[in-house]
Structure formats: structure tokens, C-alpha cells
Write a protein that binds this ligand. Structure first.
Ligand code: UDP
Ligand code: MG
Length: 313
């Protein structure tokens, strides 16, 4: 029987130092299991000599393929491109920095053969993460799951295997503003979880700073749910429910009962407070509407998701 093909997709942004190591690890693993593999590196506009190293590897090993982006498009788009172009019966998404333990690959494949259509790596802990990042991820999952949009599994990582069926469905998504794992969760399919401890990043720098992660969270919130818009609606209701009765109280107290409590509210003061409140609401609404319109705009113009300068696939 023909051996099944497994595609390994590795987004790489300035990972020149890590590529030889991850390549070696994967080759070693596939020596011992009865599967063919193709390793697809997606060079996400690296500024170092990542591309040179990839070309070199690809020249020597026909299992190594690459896509080179014309600039940095971000990891989500890089993994998307890999999934779009891969040929495997299943594909893996793995970080280039060796933080995802490649020795678990056979276990993922085993679960896949046993019927799982998506095998998801769940991170147990990450010693290397700062407090801000950890708190941020807590907020992120809390928010996303409260928001009632796509349910996202806490600590689920991009370290995943997906079946060809899932790949084909994933390839139908057209949105530009995307979180790959969010879309995969949205797709459903039979899931299986594998728990692992993330290794520390030994070489190179993490490409995701706090700012980039914050942007990712905002994108996820706007792209996957109407939470923010609904929040503003609720805020509006609360303000109306408090300022309305207050206004009525002032009106009755001052003008109908002729100020029995001696509050002596001045007309302009009352007006100023009310107007300030309303202006505040309007500004918040405008800001949010801008966010949503920005999102719609991105989808409507339907730009290509990425631009490839060079490839071997
Ligand atoms: N990455 C990418 N484009 C970027 C940033 C990162 O392709 O703009 C890749 C990076 O090379 C690595 C993976 O995405 O293979 C995870 O990145 P990183 O280690 O910086 O993220 P973290 O481990 O903090 O989630
Ligand atoms: Mg990393």
C-alpha cells in the first residue's frame, strides 16, 4: 500500500538559526515511522538569511519545500498559505523555534489514524512567558469565550494535525483578518487533545511582542463576535436607565414640587452633565463603528491574502 503523506507546515520569521535544528528533528522522526513527509517552510518576510538556508535545504532534499512571502504577513497568514499549498493526507502546523515538541508527532498521527480529524496540542505551562503575556492570554480566552462567538479552547496552540477533510474546508475561508486556530475551531470536526509542555525558545527572538498580541486579540474580538458592539449597546442601556430616572427626579423635584429638599440644581449644570454623557456615548459608538467598518472594508476589498516572491512546492 502507498504510504500516506504528512505535510509539516512551519511558519518562519527570522528563524535562520532554528531551521537546521527543526529540519533535523523532523527528518529523524520520519525515519522511524511508515509515512512520507513534505516539509513546507513559509518564510514570512524574514530579514535574516532564512531564505538562503531554505533554498539550500530544498536543493539538497526534495522533501523540503518553501514559500517565500514578499514581506511579513504574520504567522496566521503564513500558516494559511502552507495549508493552502500542502499535498498531504494530513498536515501539521509547527513553530520553527522548537517550542512545540516534535517527538509528539507520532502520537498525533496515531490519534489521527484512530479517527480524530483534528488533533490539538494543549500547552500545560510555559516557563518562558512573562506575566503580561500570561495575563493577556487569560484575558484573551476569557473574553473570547464570554463573547459568545467561536468557542476557543484555552491553551490550545497552533501545534496541530488536521485531516485532509479539514484542510479542504479550511481552504474555503476567504477572510483576511484571521486567527487560524479560531477558524479551525469554528469548523468543528472530531477533535482529540494532546497535552504537552512547551519548550523554551533557545535561539532567535519571539516575533510576537505584547503589542502584536494585543492587536491579535482585538482582531479576534472583532472578527469572531459582536461582543464589543453588544457591550456598547448594554452601556447605552445602563446610561439611559440611570440618567433617565435622574432627569425625571430632578424635573419633578425642582419644577413640580418646587425644590422641597433644597437641592437647587442649576439648569446649565444639569444640561452640561447630560450633554457630556451623550457626547461620550456617541464617541464610543463612533470608535467602535469605525472598527467594524474597518473589518468589513478589509473583507470587501478581498485582497489576496499573501504575495509569494519565490517558491518550490
Ligand atoms: N512567525 C511568523 N511571522 C511572524 C511572527 C512569527 O511566521 O510575524 C513564526 C515564528 O517564526 C515561529 C512561530 O511563528 O515559527 C511562532 O512565533 P513566536 O515564537 O514568535 O511566537 P510565540 O512562541 O511567542 O507564540
Ligand atoms: Mg515561540
Amino acid at each position: 500500500m502507498e504510504k500516506k503523506l504528512i505535510s509539516i507546515i512551519i511558519p518562519a520569521y527570522n528563524e535562520a538559526e532554528n531551521i537546521p535544528f527543526i529540519y533535523r528533528e523532523i527528518k529523524d522522526i520520519f525515519k522511524n515511522i511508515p509515512y512520507k513527509c513534505e516539509i513546507i517552510f513559509v518564510n514570512d518576510g524574514s530579514a535574516d538569511n532564512t531564505q538562503e538556508i531554505l533554498k539550500n535545504l530544498a536543493g539538497k532534499d526534495e522533501q523540503v519545500k518553501y514559500l517565500e512571502f514578499s514581506r511579513n504577513f504574520g504567522k496566521e497568514i503564513a500558516t494559511t498559505a502552507g495549508i493552502n499549498k500542502c499535498n498531504g493526507d494530513a498536515c501539521f502546523m509547527i513553530d520553527a523555534d522548537l517550542q512545540h515538541p516534535t517527538e509528539l508527532i507520532p502520537k498525533f498521527i496515531e490519534k489521527w489514524e484512530a479517527g480524530a480529524e483534528t488533533v490539538i496540542g494543549i500547552r500545560k505551562k510555559n516557563n518562558n512567558e512573562g506575566l503580561v503575556k500570561r495575563f493577556g492570554s487569560l484575558l484573551f480566552y476569557g473574553f473570547m469565550n464570554k463573547a459568545g462567538g467561536t468557542k476557543i479552547i484555552p491553551n490550545a496552540t497552533d501545534f496541530r494535525l488536521i485531516d485532509r477533510k479539514v484542510i479542504n474546508e479550511f481552504n474555503k475561508f476567504t477572510e483576511g483578518n484571521r486567527i487560524t486556530r479560531g477558524l479551525l475551531d469554528w469548523l468543528g470536526f472530531k477533535k482529540y487533545f494532546v497535552y504537552f509542555e512547551a519548550n523554551e525558545r533557545i535561539r532567535g527572538k519571539a516575533g510576537y511582542g505584547v503589542f502584536k498580541l494585543f492587536n491579535l486579540t482585538v482582531d479576534a474580538l472583532v472578527g469572531h463576535s459582536l461582543f464589543l458592539l453588544k457591550l456598547v449597546g448594554k452601556l447605552g442601556v445602563i446610561i439611559i436607565l440611570t440618567s433617565g430616572p435622574l432627569g425625571i427626579f430632578i424635573f419633578i423635584e425642582k419644577y413640580i414640587l418646587n425644590d422641597p429638599f433644597d437641592f437647587n440644581f442649576s439648569g446649565p449644570a444639569i444640561l452640561a452633565v447630560i450633554i457630556l454623557f451623550l457626547v461620550g456615548i456617541i464617541l464610543v459608538c463612533l470608535g467602535l463603528i469605525a472598527l467594524y467598518i474597518g473589518n468589513i472594508q478589509n473583507e470587501v476589498v478581498n485582497r489576496p491574502l499573501y504575495v509569494i516572491r519565490d517558491k518550490k512546492i
